[in-house]
Design a protein around this ligand. Structure first.
Ligand code: ADP
Ligand code: ZN
Ligand code: ZN
Length: 727
């Protein structure tokens, strides 16, 4: 710190937001003039951290700590700062935690180390050897390589390159640390869109050209060419020199998607997701900030990248659950995407074959413009859907596949085609009990049953990750071989498939069987190429993969999710089944989907079987409206948690007692009550639920309510605005 900073007449206080859970920006002193958006280095509790100037400071100059330095990064644009503030306010999260989403790249604090690259110099070597000639040829062909890369390229040792440098035949130059990402060519391979595809893509392109905020719902059956369509709008962004962001629900989807971008534009997009290395994250972040990244494909956190000229945000599979994750900062990426587009004054496209009820209603009311693709592209036709009534055609005792499904599987396999058994349950069995004494295997830290994973010989808690070896005898009564598996998971269905079809190649496709996304990609590719006859899969099979040989989908338990008390269970089941059914027969072969159920007359199943999405959603929206549930109202889940059960209840009761702050404004309070998972990772959890009209200013009222109660250390009050999980 300059010693005279406090007496420097130019030193002024600035409000700096840091990526930490504080209630607002902190004040720092700087003699160098700063403007809002400037990235700076500051210390917080003795640690150096990146910060962003948020405005003028007010603090007492004498007491302030200095801004260490201004960082050499493009300033955060106003639209982005507005997004951080508004998203933090809406989600009841400290703004610093939102900023953290926006600074999740390593190396922002460090000055860039230039890269030393070699070019041809004016000098000539005294003697020309074969090796030297190869180096000079290589540098002529590709100038700007590092010494090591040039030596490798020419197939010579480092000494040869060094000799040429000394002779002046090569010169070293300092280049920026990171090369810009490869350029994308909007004219590389232009597809022929069909009539409804071009109409939709023109609508998006025109919307982009207005440079005004608009949200569009691209509603089209699986395989109708939604991706094909929005990629043409992306092409228009590239051609206009602007940036596009495409959000995808899962890493498993990206490899296939990257390939399509490459085929369309001749180069891959910039990737942003948890599988990207730290160095690539740093490069990506800076390339986005500098406007060099034309197209970014990423997971939901890509929404917080510092785009300099964002023209289009696409949320693909917009209904997907993974857009709402209950992280440290719970937010719904679809909503943030629309918010960001509003801040930027650009276009948001939400694409899905089964739009969320929220988006569907927004399209009905005209808040979003609807673009519809009715036809599948090419010869693919929607699969024939039918229900198998498990009451009339039950599987044999101790098995899960009904005779009808088994017969159909035999038929398709005999034709060299594939069958998929879908069950959204990982592991072998969801519950293990002792036949002798009735003991059930549960997690000590959570109120959850342990799931048997037979392949690993272990019992796992799917809530906290606890893992223990499968016991040899009952831990309660000591009886050997008394433990029985209850209910099926995918491993158990695969076991049954292997027994019934001994000649078939059976593959399990489940995210936890293959946690490495690369391995999973390879497995998916091998299956798509015909490397399996029967696939047993959890939900990941429902996302974007194309299996041309797959012509039969058997949904093992179509009742799962229909019976639960969860607000979105019916919707989720509808989406999942629709998508799973859409996996079958995407190529030339027509497919069929069979849904095993004990409730063939359930309205959700009927709507799926009839393919009547309109009727399904109309019913659902009427139900929600009558029950005063979202999206007609807003819910906020409140979880009070801590290790000391008594303190947790004290805080909960105090919150309830202070409830008039909310109820006077017309907010309903439900609870407190023990959360469905009353224990999670050794923490006791008590739950409350707030329900309010959508016009109510929850960012003002809810924090005021919380602040009316003294929360002792060791207890946390957590808010989840628009919750999806009710556990
Ligand atoms: P969706 O995103 O709606 O599921 P896709 O864009 O993935 O649909 O299209 C499904 C398949 O049809 C893909 O293999 C895609 O390449 C192909 N396809 C769609 N539209 C066209 C088109 N106009 N020309 C050529 N192929 C197309
Ligand atoms: Zn026992
Ligand atoms: Zn647990």
């Amino acid at each position: 710190m300059p010693a005279d900073l406090f007496t420097d007449p130019d030193a002024r206080p600035y409000a700096v937001l840091v990526p930490l859970p504080l209630s607002g920006p902190l004040d720092y002193l700087s003699a160098e003039p700063l403007v809002p958006g400037d990235f700076v280095a500051v210390t917080v509790s003795g640690r150096e951290t990146v910060g962003v100037v948020w405005g003028e400071g007010t603090g007492d100059v004498e007491k302030l700590k200095p801004v260490l330095r201004k960082l050499d990064l493009p300033p955060m644009p106003e639209a982005m700062r507005g997004l951080v503030d508004r998203a933090a306010r809406y989600t009841l999260t400290p703004p610093g935690m939102m900023l953290r989403q926006a600074t999740r790249a390593p190396g922002l604090l460090e000055a860039e180390k230039p890269r030393i690259v070699l070019m041809r110099g004016a000098g000539e070597p005294e003697t020309m050897t074969d090796a030297r000639r190869r180096v000079l040829d290589a540098v002529a062909a590709s100038p700007g390589l590092s010494a090591a890369d040039l030596a490798r390229e020419a197939g010579v040792s480092g000494g040869v390159v060094k000799g040429l440098l000394e002779a002046g035949a090569l010169e070293s130059h300092a280049a920026p640390q990171d090369r810009p990402p490869p350029g994308l060519d909007p004219g590389y391979r232009i597809p022929k869109l069909n009539a409804e595809q071009s109409e939709a893509s023109e609508a998006i392109t025109e919307s982009i050209a207005t440079r005004k905020f608009e949200a569009l719902l691209l509603d089209g059956v699986t395989g109708s060419g939604k991706t094909e369509t929005y990629l043409e709008a992306v092409a228009a962004c590239i051609a206009a020199g602007r940036q596009a962001l495409i959000l995808l629900p899962e890493i498993a989807l990206t490899a296939d998607f990257i390939r399509r971008v490459r085929e369309r534009f001749g180069a891959p997009p910039v990737e942003w997701h948890s599988g990207v290395t730290p160095a690539a994250r740093r490069r990506a972040w800076k390339a986005v900030a500098r406007g060099q990244a034309q197209v970014v494909a990423g997971a939901r956190s890509a929404l917080f990248l510092p785009f300099s000229d964002l023209a289009l945000i696409v949320v693909d599979e917009e209904h997907d659950q993974s857009y709402k994750q209950d992280d440290i900062v719970p937010y719904q990426a679809r909503d943030i995407a629309v918010l960001r587009a509003a801040q930027e004054g650009c276009t948001a496209v939400l694409a899905s074959a089964t739009p969320s009820l929220e988006s569907w209603i927004n399209a009905e009311t005209g808040k979003y413009r609807r673009l519809t693709l009715r036809e599948r592209h090419g010869p693919a036709v929607l699969p024939f859907l039918s229900a198998i009534d498990l009451r009339a055609d039950p599987p044999e005792k101790g098995s899960w596949l009904s005779p009808e499904l088994v017969g159909a599987t035999r038929d398709v396999n005999a034709r060299g085609e594939q069958a998929l058994f879908f069950l959204n349950r990982r592991g072998y069995a969801p519950l293990t009990i002792c036949r002798k004494c009735g003991w059930r295997a549960g997690c000590d830290q959570c109120s959850a049953w342990l799931v048997e994973h037979r392949g690993r010989g272990a019992l796992l808690c799917h809530q906290c990750g606890w893992r223990e070896p499968f016991p040899q005898k009952c831990p309660e009564c000591g009886t050997e071989d008394s433990l029985a598996a209850c209910g099926p998971g995918v491993e158990r269905i695969a076991e049954e498939a292997r027994e019934r079809f001994p000649l078939a190649r059976v593959e399990i496709l489940s995210s936890d069987q293959t946690p490495d996304p690369k391995v999973l990609q390879d497995q998916i590719k091998s299956i798509a190429d015909g490397g399996a006859d029967i696939i047993v899969g959890t939900q990941i099979v429902a996302k974007g993969h194309n299996f041309p040989l797959l012509t039969l989908v058997g949904v093992v338990d179509a009742d799962l999710g229909l019976a639960g008390g969860d607000l979105r269970a019916a919707e989720r089941t509808f989406q999942l089944l629709n998508q799973v059914a859409g996996r079958a027969g995407r190529a030339e072969k027509p497919g069929r989907a069979m849904l095993q159920t004990t409730m063939p007359d359930h309205p959700v199943l009927r709507a799926i079987l009839d393919g009547d999405a309109q009727r399904f959603r109309t019913r659902l929206s009427e139900e929600r409206q009558q029950a005063r549930m979202p999206p007609y109202t807003r819910l906020i889940a409140v979880i009070v948690q801590g290790e000391d059960e008594e303190k947790v209840w004290q805080v909960s009761r105090a919150l309830a007692a202070a409830g008039s702050i909310l109820t006077d404004a017309g907010i309903d309070i439900f609870g407190p009550a023990p959360a469905p998972y009353a224990m999670l990772r050794n923490k006791h959890r008590v739950r409350m639920l707030l329900r309010m009209a959508r016009r109510i200013d929850h960012p003002r009222l809810v924090p005021a309510w919380r602040d009316a109660v003294k929360v002792p250390s060791g207890v946390r009050v957590i808010f989840d605005v628009d919750p999806y999980s009710f556990l």
